[in-house]
Design a protein around this ligand. Structure first.
Ligand code: ATP
Ligand code: SF4
Ligand code: MG
Length: 338
C-alpha cells in the first residue's frame, strides 16, 4: 500500500494512473444564470482515481452508467485533459508538456476500441484502406505491395479473409466490424488497447467470439488492456484486476478472484448480487435498491450512503478513503458481516 492508502503501483506497471480527476462545467449560459440568479455548476465526473496495469494484463473498470468509466478511459488515452492527476504509459507522462515528443512516438501504440466500430470507420473507404490508414499515417511500412500483404495478414489474425480488404464496412456484421476495428488497432503496432464496452452492442454468442479473439491476441502479442464493461460476466472473462467505480470514485480495487469470491464494498456486493449466476451461496444477500444520485449534487460523505444498508452518521459526513483496496467506513471499522 502506498502512503496515500491507495493500491500499490508495481514498478513494472505499463500504465500508471494517479489522483485522476475531471470536473465538467455544466453551468447554464451566462444570461440564464443572471436571470434565474443561479451560480455556476460543476460536475465531478472522476475524482481521485488511481490504478496501475502491468504489461500484458487487463484492468477492468465496472460500475453503473454515469460512474465515470468512459471519462477515465478518455483521459488515459489522451483524448480528454484531466483537471488533476497524472497518467503515465510506458513511463511517458500523458500530461507533461515537456514530454510531447515522447508522447507523439507512443501515440501509435495506444488504441481505443469503441462500442460502435461503424461510427469510427469512413463508410466510403474499403476495409483495406481503413486498416492500412495507421500504417500510412505513422509511416510504418513502405511500398504498396508490402502494405497490402500486411493488411491481409492482419485480416487473417482477426479471423477474416484477406479478400475482405476489397469490401466496404456496411457489407459486414457488427461482430465482423469489431474484428476490423481490432485489425486496425493492431496495424499501428498497438501495445495498449482501451476497450470501452467493445462488445456491449453484440449478440451474446458473437460477444464471446470477440472476447476470445481479444484474449488470444493479448497472449500472442503481450498486449495490455484497459477494459470497460457494465457486464460482470464479461469482466470475469477478461480481467486480471478489477476496479469498481461509483459516482466518479474507485470504491474497490483488487484481483479478479478476490473481487468475485469475497467482495468487500457494499456496492460491489450489490453489483454481484444483481447477477443471478454469480450470486454467492452461503452469504446473506444485501438487497440494495435505488438510483445513482445526481452527480451535480452528490450526497455528502460516502456518496453511496443513501443506498447502503450499513450507512451511519460517519458515512453521511466523511468521505471514505481507499484503504487496502476498499473505500468503506464499515469495512475499515470491521462492522460489515463477512
Ligand atoms: N463532456 C461532458 N460534459 C458534461 N458532463 C459530462 C461530460 N462527459 C461526461 N459527463 C458526465 O460525467 C459523468 C460520467 O460520465 P461517463 O460517460 O464517464 O460515465 P460511464 O461510466 O462511462 O457511463 P456509461 O456506462 O453510461 O457509459 C456523467 O454524469 C456524465 O453525464
Ligand atoms: S462508507 Fe458507509 S455508506 Fe459507504 S459503503 Fe461503507 S457503510 Fe455504506
Ligand atoms: Mg461510458
Amino acid at each position: 500500500m502506498s502512503a496515500a492508502g491507495t493500491d500499490a503501483i508495481p514498478k513494472s506497471a505499463y500504465v500508471e494512473v494517479e489522483g485522476l480527476r475531471r470536473v465538467f462545467d455544466v453551468s447554464k449560459p451566462w444570461l440564464n444564470r443572471v436571470i434565474e440568479r443561479e451560480p455556476r455548476q460543476s460536475l465531478k465526473a472522476v475524482d481521485g482515481v488511481a490504478f496501475a496495469i502491468p504489461r500484458g494484463e487487463t484492468f477492468a473498470l465496472v460500475g453503473e452508467s454515469g460512474s465515470g468509466k468512459s471519462t477515465v478511459a478518455r483521459m488515459v488515452v489522451g483524448l480528454l485533459p484531466p483537471s488533476a492527476g497524472e497518467v503515465r504509459i510506458s513511463g511517458v507522462s500523458m500530461t507533461d508538456p515537456r514530454q510531447e515528443a515522447a508522447r507523439r512516438r507512443l501515440r501509435a501504440r495506444i488504441q481505443m476500441i469503441f462500442q460502435d466500430p461503424y461510427a469510427s470507420m469512413n463508410p466510403r473507404w474499403r476495409v483495406g484502406s481503413i486498416i492500412a490508414e495507421p500504417i500510412r499515417a505513422f509511416n510504418l511500412i513502405q511500398g504498396e505491395a508490402a502494405i497490402r500483404a500486411r493488411v491481409g495478414e492482419l485480416l487473417r489474425l482477426v479471423g477474416l479473409h484477406p479478400d475482405d480488404a476489397r469490401k466496404y464496412p456496411h457489407e459486414f456484421s457488427g461482430g465482423q466490424r469489431q474484428r476490423i476495428a481490432i485489425a486496425r488497432a493492431l496495424a499501428s503496432q498497438a501495445e495498449f488497447l482501451v476497450g470501452d464496452e467493445p462488445t456491449s452492442a453484440l449478440d451474446v454468442s458473437v460477444q464471446a467470439q470477440i472476447l476470445n479473439l481479444m484474449r488470444d491476441l493479448q497472449d500472442r502479442f503481450g498486449l495490455t488492456y484497459l477494459f470497460i464493461s457494465h457486464n460482470l460476466a464479461v469482466v470475469r472473462h477478461m480481467a486480471t484486476r478489477i476496479g469498481v467505480m461509483y459516482l466518479g470514485r474507485l470504491v474497490e480495487v483488487g484481483p479478479k478472484a478476490g473481487i468475485f469470491a469475497s467482495p468487500r464494498h457494499p456496492y460491489t456486493r450489490m453489483l454481484l448480487d444483481a447477477v443471478p449466476d454469480l450470486a454467492h451461496i452461503g452469504r446473506a444477500r444485501t438487497p440494495v435498491s435505488g438510483e445513482i444520485p445526481n452527480p451535480i449534487d452528490p450526497p455528502p460523505g460516502c456518496t453511496f450512503n443513501p443506498r447502503c444498508p450499513h450507512a451511519n452518521d460517519r458515512c453521511r459526513s466523511e468521505v471514505p478513503r481507499l484503504i487496502d483496496g476498499v473505500a468503506c467506513h464499515a469495512v475499515e471499522e470491521g462492522r460489515l458481516p463477512a
